[in-house]
Design a protein around this ligand. Structure first.
Ligand code: DX5
Ligand code: ZN
Length: 217
């Protein structure tokens, strides 16, 4: 099976020792740090923002993938790039009318850009902007909380987007986020995912390195 990147979501880390949590990830075999930003408006939860990103940036040389679950992301993308995000992804549902512009804005900062769709948003909504993306993120849970159950209809969406990406001939990463475990990861790999977010699966494991190795198997 093809190689995938594992992106632990620090939403499930211990916020009281975030620097050390982030530092430990590279040694555990992680490939990317997934950084979930929630504003209490787009989703029903609040996490962390720009300063946390700035503060953890020196703790890792892994790429940081900022998943913005916020309204009006165009107001913040430049500052997230400056704070150290390598990838910045924004939800279609948060910028239905200006997604293309927001992706271009992100690209202009030098960060890599991506579009995200919720479980109830059809792939067709982002079809036109996929060629503009460095990454496309399929949510396999409704965003807001870690530890939810994987929604199986996401597999069909992965397959559809995989096909579009392959047909585009461009280097676009396909990411999946929500409810991934050692039990279902084979299915998401087979459906074409390149970057796999895992929050509770990694941070709640007794041995995080062993869990990441198992997810990569
Ligand atoms: C959900 C977040 C996810 C979450 C994944 O809103 O976007 O990144 O942390 O956590 P698990 O892997 O526990 O579903
Ligand atoms: Zn996320």
């Amino acid at each position: 099976m093809k190689k995938v990147w594992i992106a632990p979501s620090i939403l499930s880390a211990d916020f009281a020792k975030m620097g050390e949590e982030v530092r430990s990830l590279a040694a555990c075999g992680a490939d990317v740090v997934h950084y979930d930003v929630m504003d209490g408006v787009f989703v029903n939860n609040i996490t962390f923002g720009l300063k946390m990103l700035e503060d953890i940036r020196p703790y890792t040389s892994l790429p940081i993938d900022a998943h913005l679950m916020i309204v009006n992301p165009e107001k913040y993308v430049e500052r997230f790039a400056k704070a150290g995000a390598d990838y910045i992804t924004v939800h279609y549902e948060a910028c239905k009318d200006n997604l293309r512009e927001v992706l271009e804005l992100i690209r202009g900062t030098g960060a890599k850009c991506g579009a995200v769709i919720n479980p109830d948003t059809p792939v067709d909504c982002i079809r036109d902007v996929i060629p503009l993306c460095d990454m496309v993120l399929v949510m396999s849970v409704f965003p807001g909380f870690g530890g939810q159950k994987f929604i199986p209809t996401s597999l069909e969406k992965l397959r559809e987007i995989r096909k579009m990406i392959d047909e585009s001939g461009k280097e676009i990463l396909l990411e999946i986020d929500g409810g991934i475990t050692a039990e279902n990861i084979a299915e998401v790999k087979a459906a074409g995912a390149d970057v796999i977010v895992a929050g509770s699966a990694v941070f709640k494991a007794a041995d995080r390195a062993a869990m990441i190795a198992k997810l990569k198997e």
